[in-house]
Design a protein around this ligand. Structure first.
Ligand SMILES: Nc1ncnc2c1ncn2[C@@H]1O[C@H](COP(=O)(O)OP(=O)(O)OP(=O)(O)O)[C@@H](O)[C@H]1O
Ligand SMILES: CCCCCCCCCCCCC/C=C/[C@@H](O)[C@H](CO)NC(C)=O
Ligand SMILES: [Ca+2]
Length: 543
């Protein structure tokens, strides 16, 4: 066997046919890649290509005639044997596609040797799922979930030899309830086909089930929750698909299916939301009061409009320009080095998230499952707010490609708390527009942002009611401030938007649980077009 530079030993090196030409193909186990190079490339064409083994989807023996490629005299001289390697091809804007390359040779034994060697290496990719539980919401987004799964995702899972149990949901909370009944431990992951709301349902089912099986009381806001190691895959088919976009960089079903197949793993922070020692919900993306809560409440009545409902309700809510009075108390996240004003964003292999992972492991070693209540001080802010947004991740989505907090981290154990104080409609519009361009949306005197590990909110209305014991029902009679009818001061509460679901209570207590769950994703990759992809386009010129 030939040696590679540095004396390294490859697993296999052969001269194999690719199209009309003979290529040197190397299975380089040490570098973890399959490479093929044209020993005599035509001028101006690069003759080197490689695919990381971790991004090979499948290998299959190929009936050569099926490919019907004219390879000249070879075809007439002998029966040819061929195999096809299916692999991830990285296109622009974080989009992944399944591409393939077929190699041929005259010796059957050599062809089998290659197939076996590649299959053995694929078997060694231990993080890849073999069995998945899939929930499809047929009514999410544009109601395309079932079609998207059947046409775009199922064929890829089958190519990658992944077996699936598929449940098409029949009602809201079907998936969540089901996760408390089935044997979840026989699956390597759970896939949800739908939007952020569907993801939230599956996440609640999984986290809730794990806590139940571990004897943890979710109603205790101080409980140390047990990490959920069963990964969730999101096939985006919703209206906003913010969680998918913020963790993959694009909302595209095929890309997400490929991230699941290659067994990617992205830990995710989860916030628990409580009211009076009662568990309300978990949140991974946006917890929004005021602007985003009001949009959601209005848009729920217009579900029939599909994704357009958010634009309609967004415009209406913007015009209403309501602000809400309340008090926020928060504990700054001192354990992490990042700041919401950083210019660098969280990307694949993020060092800030890695550091938090290390801290978490050390903490677990020292205290086991016991939660150590932080002694850190609480800071208190009272005011009139147009929006209070707490985000565990950037909340990037097609509407706002950099998100509500562009430098927020997926897995650092903190959330960014954004307070937008009462300001003019014009200033609020300027603030919103900055979500869609490169300007800094925090660079306004009426916007403050803090990186926090927990916070509490009480509206002025509940404070007043608590202090003078007044009946809330009576207060709700007057919808707007009677003293100043035109001042937009709303004496009713807003609603919390928790990952696209409304919460019943305005007074809440929120705690970030570092890396409580995991996704089949790898975070957003740095925007460089992969070398392999470049080379591949050269090959296509040759074939
Ligand atoms: N069969 C069903 N019938 C009615 N509602 C369902 C069904 N299956 C799931 N749901 C509920 O529909 C809600 C919304 O679904 P989903 O998140 O998939 O779409 P969306 O709201 O259009 O997208 P996004 O959340 O991204 O804005 C979820 O909260 C889920 O609980
Ligand atoms: C005049 C231009 C205004 C542009 C305003 C753009 C701001 C868009 C920001 C959208 C952020 C969405 C955050 C995601 C929230 C999801 O959890 C939730 C459920 O899918 N979606 C919504 C819309 O609440
Ligand atoms: Ca975070």
């Amino acid at each position: 066997m030939e040696r590679l530079p540095g004396g390294r030993r490859p697993r296999l090196v052969s001269s194999l046919g690719l199209g009309r030409r003979s290529w040197e193909v190397t299975l380089d186990e040490e570098r973890g890649r399959l490479a093929w190079c044209d020993p005599r490339p035509p001028r101006r064409v690069r003759g080197n290509c490689f695919v990381p083994i971790s991004e090979i989807i499948a290998v299959e023996e190929t009936e050569f005639n099926k490919k019907q490629r004219n390879i000249g005299r070879w075809q007439k001289m002998a029966k040819l044997h061929a195999f096809t390697v299916y692999y991830v091809k990285k296109a622009r804007n974080h989009r992944w596609r399944c591409s393939d390359v077929t190699f041929w040779c005259v010796e059957e034994h050599l062809c089998n040797q290659w197939i076996q060697a590649l299959k053995e290496l694929l078997e060694m990719q231990k993080s890849r799922p073999k069995q998945l539980l899939v929930y499809i919401n047929p009514y999410g987004g544009k109601r395309q979930g079932k079609r998207i799964y059947e046409q775009k995702v199922a064929p890829l899972f089958s190519l990658a030899s992944i077996s699936t149990d598929v449940v098409i949901t029949e009602r809201a909370n079907h998936a969540k309830d089901n996760l408390f009944e089935v044997n979840i431990y026989k699956y390597d992951g759970v896939v949800c086909v739908g939007g952020d709301g569907m993801f939230s349902e599956v996440m609640h089912g999984l986290i809730g089930r794990i806590q139940k099986d571990s004897g943890i009381d979710q109603n205790n806001p101080k409980a140390s929750l047990v990490q959920c190691n069963i990964r969730i895959g999101i096939i985006p088919a919703g209206s906003t698909d913010c969680i998918c976009y913020s963790t993959v960089g694009i909302s595209d079903p095929v890309t997400s299916a490929l991230h699941i197949i290659v067994g990617d793993c992205q830990p995710l922070d989860v916030s628990s939301v409580h009211h009076n020692n009662t568990f309300l919900k978990y949140s991974v993306s946006l917890l929004g009061y005021g602007f985003y809560g009001d949009i959601l409440k209005d848009s729920e009545k217009k579900r029939w409009m599909g994704p357009m409902r958010y634009d309609y309700s967004g415009f209406k809510t913007f015009l209403s320009h309501h602000y809400y009075e309340g008090t926020i108390a928060y504990q700054p996240a001192k354990h992490t080095h990042g700041s919401p004003r950083d210019k660098e964003s969280c990307r694949t292999g993020c060092h800030i998230c890695k550091k938090s992972e290390k801290q978490l492991a050390e903490q677990k070693k020292e205290h086991g499952l016991k939660h150590e209540e932080g002694e850190e001080e609480w800071k208190v802010i009272k005011g009139k707010f147009l929006a209070i947004n707490a985000v565990n991740m950037s909340c990037a989505c097609p509407r706002s490609p950099k998100g509500l907090s562009p430098a927020a981290h997926l897995a650092d154990g903190s959330a960014d708390l954004i307070l937008v104080r009462k300001c003019s409609r014009f200033d609020f519009l300027r603030y919103l527009v900055r979500h869609t361009n490169q300007d800094d949306q925090f660079d306004f005197p009426f916007v403050d942002v803090y990186r926090v590990k927990s916070f509490q909110f009480t509206s002025k209305l509940s404070e007043d009611n608590e202090s003078n014991g007044m009946d809330i029902g009576k207060k709700r009679f007057g919808q707007f401030c009677r003293d100043h009818p035109a001042c937009c001061c709303n004496i009713v509460n807003s609603t919390w938007n928790c990952d696209g679901e409304t919460l019943d209570s305005s007074a809440i207590e929120v705690r970030v649980h570092c890396q409580l769950m995991k996704l089949f994703a790898r975070g957003i990759e740095e925007n460089c077009k992969d070398e392999a992809a470049h080379s591949q386009s050269s090959i296509e010129q040759l074939l």
